[in-house]
Design a protein around this ligand. Structure first.
Ligand code: ADP
Length: 544
C-alpha cells in the first residue's frame, strides 16, 4: 500500500521560490568585484535567477547541459546558481585557485557549454579559451560600464545578457533526481573527479544542514559564507540560507582579515564559515587591531582540522562558539558538525575543548562506520582507528563518467579516504588521511593530532607532520614548523611543550623549521609536496 501523501518533488528552485515568497525583503549583501558593497533581496535574486533561466533557454541550453561558473561569492553568483538549475542545466562551479591546466582539464571533462565568470578571471580565461572548445559563450558578471575589451568568444556583460528576459520565466520542469550542480574534488593525487549533485540530494542535504545540531540556521541569523561557492558545493550555504530565510553576506574577492572583519561588524554577522587559514588571518588581524566581534555567535570551521588554540581563542577572547565540521565534496559536503550533545553539555574549560576537537556527530542523513583494511567494522570506543566509510541520500554513489569506481562498495559505502575514531556517543574524530597516517612499529600515529598540538605553542604559526622512513620503526614523525614572525622557537622548546600531552612514542623525532608550507587549492597542507621536499631527509638520531 502506498502512502496517500503528495509527491512534491524536492527541487532546489523551490528553495529560492520559498525565500522570495516568505522572506522577500531579506537582504543579500555583497562586496562586489567592482569594489562597492551592494545590497539586494531574495525577491530580486529570484527575479534575476528566472531571467538567467530564460536567457539560457534562448541560448539553446538543454536539460543536463553543464554551465560553468568561475566566480567569487556575490549576489550575481547566487542568481546564476539558481538560474542554471532552473533551466534544468547543471551549475558547475570551477575553482580558480587550481593550476590553469587543471582548470582546462576540468572544463573539458565536464564539457561545459557556457562560462559565467568574474572580471578577475578574464586574463586567465583569455589564455585558456583556445583550449576550451566546448565553451560557446562567456558571460562576465558585471554591467556594461565595467565590461572591458576582451578576446573571449561571444563575451557579454551579465546585466546585458539578462536585460530583456522575463522575471516570471517558468522553471523547466524536471524530476527531483535530475542533476543540478557539479563540483570536482581537487585531486591532490591523480586527476580531479566530478561529483554531480541532484536537486533531491541538495534539498535533503540543506534540510539536514539547517538543523540545530548542524549549522543551526534561522531567519534571525545573518550568515557570512567566506567559504567560496566553488569549494565543495559551497558547504551548501547558498541553499541553506535562503531555505531558512537568513540574511546572506557575500565577501566577493576579498578574504583577508581586515575585509572579513569589516563585513562581520558592519552587517552584524551571527554565523560564519570557512577553512582554518581564513580564521588564522582574521585572528591575526584582530590581535593587531584590537577588534571585537560582539554579534558573532558561531564560527563553522572545516576543510582541515580546526586547531585547539583557535577554538579556545574564539571562545575566550571573542565569545564565539566554534562549530568544528567535517565533510567532503562527495558528501554535499557536510558529514559531521561538533555541537554539544546532552552527554557532554555540562563540560567546560579544557574538557569542553577536548570535545570540541572532535569533528562532530552525524545528522540523520549520514551513516558512518570505521573498518580495518579487511572491511570488518571496528568498535565505536573513541580509541580504535579505522577507515571512515559513509553512505546517505546526499553522498556520492559514483563519480562523473564512472571515474574512481573503487571508492564505492556493493553495499553503497563510500570510502572517504580518511582515518577516524568514533566514540559511544557518535562523536567522530578524523585522525588522518589514510595516505598521511604515520605507521610506526605497526601502530598508527595521527599527524593531525600532532599538528594541532604543536600549533598551540605560542611561537608556532603553522605546523605539518609527515612520516619519514625509519630502519627500525618503518616510519617516524617529523614536525615541520613555520615560526610566528619575529619569534625563534627551538626544537627543544616545542618538543618540551608537547611532552606529557601525547603518548611518548608519538613524539616527533625531530623538528624542521621552514619559511613556507605548501597548500592545495582548497587550503589543505599539501603533504605529497612536503614528502617530496623532505625525501632525502634523515633523522639525526639514527645511530641507534
Ligand atoms: P578537496 O579534496 O577538493 O580539497 P574536500 O572538501 O572534498 O576538498 O576535502 C575533503 C577532505 O578534507 C576530507 O576527506 C578530510 O580529509 C578533510 N577535512 C575536511 N574537514 C576536516 C576537518 N574538520 N578535520 C580534518 N580534516 C578535514
Amino acid at each position: 500500500m502506498l502512502g496517500t501523501m503528495q509527491d512534491w518533488p524536492l527541487l532546489v528552485t523551490k528553495i529560492i521560490d520559498h525565500a522570495a515568497l516568505n522572506h522577500p525583503h531579506r537582504k543579500v549583501i555583497s562586496r562586489s568585484v567592482e569594489g562597492p558593497i551592494v545590497e539586494t533581496t531574495y525577491a530580486a535574486v529570484h527575479a534575476n535567477a528566472k531571467r538567467v533561466t530564460g536567457r539560457l533557454l534562448r541560448d539553446g541550453i538543454e536539460v543536463g547541459d553543464r554551465v560553468a561558473t568561475l566566480a567569487w561569492n556575490t549576489w550575481r553568483h547566487l542568481e546564476v546558481w539558481y538560474g542554471i538549475s532552473g533551466a534544468g542545466a547543471v551549475c558547475h562551479t570551477v575553482n580558480p585557485r587550481l593550476f590553469p591546466e587543471q582548470i582546462a582539464w576540468i572544463i573539458n571533462h565536464a564539457a561545459d557549454r557556457v562560462m559565467i565568470t568574474d572580471l578577475t578571471f578574464l586574463p586567465l580565461l583569455e589564455k585558456l579559451a583556445p583550449k576550451l572548445p566546448t565553451i560557446e559563450r562567456y558571460v562576465v558578471l558585471t554591467d556594461r560600464a565595467h565590461m572591458p575589451e576582451t578576446s573571449l568568444p561571444n563575451a557579454i556583460a551579465y546585466v546585458d545578457w539578462i536585460a530583456y528576459e522575463d522575471p516570471a520565466t517558468p522553471w523547466v520542469s524536471v524530476d527531483e533526481n535530475t542533476a543540478c550542480g557539479m563540483c570536482y574534488t581537487s585531486g591532490t593525487t591523480g586527476n580531479p573527479k566530478g561529483v554531480v549533485y541532484s536537486h533531491r540530494s541538495n534539498v535533503i542535504h540543506s534540510l539536514a544542514a539547517a538543523q540545530p545540531d548542524m549549522l543551526g540556521l534561522a531567519s534571525r541569523d545573518t550568515i557570512l559564507p567566506v567559504v567560496p561557492m566553488f569549494h565543495a558545493n559551497g558547504w551548501s550555504i547558498a541553499y541553506t540560507a535562503p531555505m531558512v530565510g537568513a540574511t546572506m553576506v557575500m565577501p566577493g574577492p576579498k578574504m583577508d582579515g581586515a575585509s572579513i572583519y569589516e563585513l562581520l561588524t558592519m552587517c552584524k554577522v551571527t554565523v560564519t564559515a570557512a577553512v582554518p587559514t581564513v580564521w588564522l588571518m582574521l585572528l591575526q588581524y584582530l590581535e593587531s587591531s584590537g577588534g571585537k566581534l560582539p554579534d558573532l555567535k558561531r564560527v563553522v570551521i572545516g576543510g582541515s582540522a580546526a586547531p585547539r588554540a583557535m577554538t579556545k581563542t574564539f571562545r575566550d577572547v571573542y565569545g564565539s562558539e566554534v562549530l568544528h565540521a567535517w565533510g567532503m565534496t562527495e558528501m554535499s559536503p557536510l558529514g559531521t558538525v561538533c555541537s554539544m550533545k546532552p552527554e557532554v553539555l555540562m563540560l567546560d574549560g579544557e574538557a569542553w575543548l577536548d570535545v570540541k576537537q572532535a569533528t562532530g556527530h552525524a545528522p540523520f542523513t549520514v551513516e558512518m562506520k570505521i573498518t580495518g583494511d579487511d572491511n570488518v567494522e571496528k568498535p565505536r570506543d573513541g580509541k580504535t582507528f579505522g577507515r571512515l566509510k559513509v553512505r546517505g541520500p546526499a553522498v556520492a554513489g559514483t563519480y562523473f563518467r564512472g571515474d574512481g569506481a573503487d571508492a564505492f562498495d556493493t553495499e553503497g559505502w563510500f570510502d572517504t579516504g580518511d582515518v577516524a575514531t568514533i566514540d559511544a556517543n557518535g562523536y567522530m574524530r578524523i585522525t588522518d588521511r589514510s595516505k598521511d597516517v604515520i605507521k610506526s612499529g605497526g601502530e598508527w600515529i595521527s599527524s593531525i593530532d600532532l599538528e594541532n598540538l604543536a600549533i598551540g605553542h605560542p611561537d608556532v604559526q603553522e605546523a605539518a607532520v609527515i612520516g619519514i622512513a625509519h630502519p627500525k620503526w618503518d616510519e617516524r614523525p617529523l614536525l615541520i614548523v613555520i615560526a610566528k614572525p619575529g619569534r625563534t622557537p627551538t626544537r627543544d622548546s616545542i618538543l618540551n611543550y608537547m611532552d606529557g600531552k601525547i603518548a611518548k612514542w608519538w613524539m616527533p623525532d625531530d623538528v624542521a623549521f621552514v619559511a613556507d608550507i605548501p597548500h592545495t587549492a582548497t587550503g589543505k597542507i599539501l603533504k605529497t609536496e612536503l614528502r617530496q621536499r623532505f625525501s632525502s631527509y634523515r633523522f639525526p638520531n639514527l645511530s641507534d
